[in-house]
Design a protein around this ligand. Structure first.
Ligand code: NDP
Length: 486
């Protein structure tokens, strides 16, 4: 298992020789200690990426694509190892890392491998006698900061479009969960990516992340994390006016109308909040129920939540594992007291399970019923914690759904097609799922509005976000009368 920095094609120690302990969230035990990148290591990585850029950006697009396709094959060939590593490091249940994270990672690299030679420029119809064409040129060295909630999958979401478009990369995995990303670095070397095209610098956000965001030779920074840190990234990026892409927090409204298929909605709502222990920016963390079905829905929903199998994420029977860190578990549990102080009712959970799970960072599936302005209906908890809100009409549902600063994921459960399409267009969110939740595909743009950030991951939008439009004018046969007659 690799535990060093990956710079210029080699695994190396941090210059200051610092290390960070990586813990198993199931029991708090030490997995390994990784090298801790600091500013000087980030500088070395940026230099390597700068040296690699000319050859990589001039390489045939199909050739870049071929390397990404090879990487996708290697991810699949090493699928079980990657799933085990991700489960060990993050606490995601193995059924999900095997069934979702690893296949989605391979699928994302494959999609952008195929996309590399499909990115086309355009020819603009301008005045007679001139040819104007627009190329999509890579930006240069890009910095990418990946959080701890889906480290493997998010690594592919960030690397795929950046590399396909011809950029070179310095990527900072979270120091909490760097292991699967470092394994991807090894697989990239095996696939034949040239040295320096991708560099990995696990380290703390306030040192390594901050340096990457402010580095004068980094042309773009792509960040996934909290809205507060997103603002810090924007501040840090100002020095060289680098481009910024932000995928930040969310407070997803998941709205169940009185004509919904309740069986599907109950199960879908549980998936929307409890998958990955609720540690997802798109989680359906505000469950909005029509007055007419709310009580019947809650009876079934709380029964389902109370029956979810919590346990060692390495067991194939486990449906929910631990949260990724002790600090984060404590933050999630603090919201139970915050809810109670504001008069919310706890309908399920609200505690850390005891017994054999007490050494790990577990939180029981938690359901609270609150008012739409309460803190638990406004702030991102980022755990297995759902806030129930009731409504009586479509207009009221829309008003409550849009009454947050966030705008990332949203969901609607109804059999009424007109209502579904009308509301999907009116909810202030980058994504809306109708009679499903949390669907993602590498072809479909992913991102938010408002305090959830800007820019898009995946799809053509992501490729465009990793390129600059370069406009070239040619005088083919235009008569050019002199501007200054002499
Ligand atoms: P942060 O936003 O603080 O951290 C996310 C990543 O950014 C980490 O790798 C972190 O490194 C890094 N970082 C922190 N400070 C800086 C900085 N100044 N410059 C550059 N990078 C930096 O989130 P937390 O991990 O503290 O989680 C807090 C909350 O953020 C969660 O409860 C959740 O609400 C939200 N979040 C949202 C995510 C999403 O998917 N949109 C993902 C993760 C968190 P380090 O760990 O060393 O601080």
């Amino acid at each position: 298992m690799q535990n060093k920095l990956f710079i210029d094609g080699r695994f190396v120690d941090a210059a200051a020789r610092g290390t960070i302990d990586v813990l198993n969230p199931h029991d708090g035990s030490l997995i390994t200690a990784i090298a801790a990148a600091e500013a000087q290591d980030v500088d070395r990585a940026v230099q390597a990426a700068q040296r690699a850029f000319p050859a990589w950006s001039r390489m045939g697009a199909a050739e870049r694509g071929r390397l990404l396709l090879k990487l996708a094959d290697l991810i699949e060939a090493n699928a079980e190892e990657l799933a085990q590593l991700e489960t060990l490091d993050t606490g995601h249940p193995i059924r999900d890392t095997r069934g979702l994270d690893v296949p989605r990672t391979a699928g994302c690299f494959r999609y952008f491998g195929g996309m590399a030679d499909k990115l086309q420029g355009s020819v603009i119809p301008v005045e007679a006698g001139f040819l104007n064409y627009v190329q999509r040129a890579p930006i240069g060295v890009v910095g990418q900061i990946v959080p701890w909630n889906f480290p493997l999958m998010f690594t592919s979401w960030k690397l795929g479009p950046a590399l396909a478009a011809g950029n070179t990369v310095v990527l900072k995995p979270s120091e909490l969960t760097p292991l699967s990303t470092l394994r991807v670095a090894e697989l990239m070397a095996e696939a034949g990516f040239p040295d320096g095209v991708v560099n990995m610098v696990p380290g703390y956000g306030h040192t390594a992340g901050q340096r990457l965001a402010e580095h004068p030779d980094v042309g773009k920074i792509a960040f996934t994390g909290s809205t507060a840190t997103g603002r810090r990234i924007v501040e840090a990026s100002k020095g060289n006016l680098k481009r910024v892409q932000l995928e930040l927090g969310g407070k997803g409204a998941n709205i169940v109308f009185d004509d919904a298929n309740l069986d599907a909605a109950v199960n879908g709502a549980a998936w929307a909040i409890f998958h990955n222990q609720g540690q997802a920016c798109i989680a359906g963390s505000r469950l909005m129920l029509h007055d007419r079905i709310a009580d019947a829905f809650l009876e079934r929903f709380t029964a389902l939540a109370n029956s979810i199998r919590l346990g060692d994420p390495r067991s194939p029977d486990t449906e929910m594992g631990p949260l990724t860190s002790a600090q984060h578990r404590d933050k999630v549990l603090s919201y139970v007291s915050i809810a109670a102080e504001q008069g919310a009712r706890v309908l399920a959970g609200g505690n850390a399970p005891g017994g054999e799970l007490s050494a790990g960072y577990y939180v029981a599936p938690t359901i609270v019923e609150a008012g739409p302005r309460d803190r638990v209906a406004q702030e991102e908890v980022f755990g297995p914690f759902v806030t129930v809100l009731r409504f009586g009409s479509d207009d009221e549902a829309l008003a409550i759904a849009n009454a947050t600063d966030y705008g990332l994921g949203s969901g609607l459960w109804t059999r009424d097609l007109a209502r579904a399409h009308k509301l999907a267009g009116a909810i202030h969110a980058g994504m809306c799922w109708i009679n499903c939740y949390k669907r993602v595909n590498p072809g479909s743009p992913f991102g938010g509005v408002g305090q959830s950030g800007y820019g898009r991951e995946m799809g053509f939008e992501a490729m465009h976000d990793y390129t600059e439009a370069r406009s070239v004018w040619v005088n083919v046969d235009a008569a050019m009368p002199p501007h200054f007659k002499r």
